[in-house]
Design a protein around this ligand. Structure first.
Ligand SMILES: Nc1ncnc2c1ncn2[C@@H]1O[C@H](COP(=O)(O)OP(=O)(O)OP(=O)(O)O)[C@@H](O)[C@H]1O
Ligand SMILES: [Mg+2]
Length: 355
């Protein structure tokens, strides 16, 4: 159990906890954290991460804003994506990885080259390859009889670049109980909004495949801050993780400032999997109406309540009903909470005491 803060209403001053139940149907499992910039999402995530460590739960964090840098020490491991060393974790080695690497190197493949790659190389079983180099060699072999050389040049270019020599992600080591692995995304010439999506998608796909392949039933948490930066639609790794890893005791926390406009139609799938919603002050009423399935009658009251929230205050909701009759009915299922602030000093056993 992790203490999140104190309730204002409807149960004044009661401690509010996040509990990680082991039953797959547990309605606390996946969680969406939504709110405008500076409302307190990252602060809450940091607090939860420390709570997970204290509870011996393994945690994977994706940080595209260097917000989790202060979490250091024996419980925390940082893996950099991009940056000066150009470090690129080598994840699921398959055609999609190769295609995303080509995009990172600005060459990319034309649509017809992609089609050619898929028709010639999709039968290559990625499980047989331990390195990007080996996989590319096998592709080149399959493309021997192809007339146009450009497709081979692109593949050779990827093979020669440090981008393809990253370390393979060993999820078994990264997912240890009570340990947190933080992927720090360092935007550079390779890592841009466009290339980060396929890289993280592929990384998460390998996480998904790893969790599915092992009988291991340890609780673990995946925390994705700034979730709008990644693919979340049907078919994406995030969407598959949400649907397929419930029974594997994986809880996914998605935090975001916006969703409705950029991701439009992609959102419903994510919403339907996140039974717990923690909503800070927001002006994105379009998304909120969708997220909470508000009707004409309760829209205004809920949005007014949201607009009145101060920094660090949120509405927490895990209402399971299908129809909500009135605003009063709705609000009685939502708890207004004052969330605790985060300070490393609150966790002397994790970070050591500071003088
Ligand atoms: N529970 C809290 N109690 C008191 N102050 C808080 C609380 N949560 C956040 N704050 C203050 O608000 C600041 C911004 O919080 P935070 O970085 O968590 O916002 P955010 O929602 O993640 O914003 P962004 O969308 O820009 O990343 C913090 O540095 C802290 O000073
Ligand atoms: Mg933040």
């Amino acid at each position: 159990m992790i203490q999140l803060g104190k309730a204002h209403s409807p149960c004044d001053d009661t401690d509010i906890f996040y509990t990680f139940d082991r039953t797959p149907s547990d309605n606390n499992q996946h969680c969406i954290i939504f709110g405008k910039s500076g409302s307190g999402k990252t602060t809450l995530m940091k607090r939860m991460i420390c709570g997970f460590v204290e509870n011996g739960i393994g945690c994977i964090v994706i940080d595209s804003k260097q917000d989790y840098k202060q979490l250091t020490g024996e419980h925390f491991q940082h893996i950099r994506i991009g940056g000066e060393e150009g470090f690129m974790p080598c994840h699921e080695i398959n055609l999609d990885t190769i295609i995303s690497f080509a995009e990172c190197l600005d060459t990319g493949f034309t649509p017809s080259q992609k089609q050619m790659l898929r028709s010639r190389c999709s039968q290559l079983n990625h499980e047989h390859f331990n390195s990007v180099e080996g996989f590319i060699d096998a592709c080149l072999d399959n493309l021997k009889s192809v007339k146009h050389g450009e497709i081979r040049d692109v593949l050779e270019n990827i093979k020669a670049d440090p981008i393809s020599h990253g370390k393979r992600l060993e999820w078994k080591d990264l997912l240890q109980n009570g340990k947190v692995t933080i992927f720090d995304v360092d935007y550079d010439q390779f890592i841009t909004d466009a290339t980060l999506k396929p890289i993280v998608n592929s990384m998460l796909m390998s996480f998904l495949n790893y969790k599915i392949s092992v009988p291991d039933d340890n609780n673990c948490v995946l925390m994705i801050d700034e979730a709008r930066n990644y693919d979340i639609g049907t078919g994406s790794a995030i969407s598959k993780i949400l649907t397929q890893l419930r029974s594997k005791h994986v809880a996914c926390f998605l935090a975001s400032q916006f969703m409705s406009y950029e991701n439009g139609a992609k959102v419903p799938n994510v919403i339907s999997q996140c039974d717990t919603k923690i909503i800070f002050n927001t002006t994105d009423s379009k998304f909120i109406n969708n997220l909470l399935q508000l009707n004409q009658e309760n829209k205004k009251a809920v949005n007014d309540e949201l607009a009145s929230l101060h920094t660090g205050e949120a509405l927490i909701c895990n209402y399971e009903g299908t129809t909500i009759a009135s605003a009063r009915d709705y609000l009685s299922h939502i708890i207004r909470v004052s969330l605790s602030n985060f300070s490393a000093d609150d966790y002397p056993e994790l970070f050591g005491t500071t003088l």
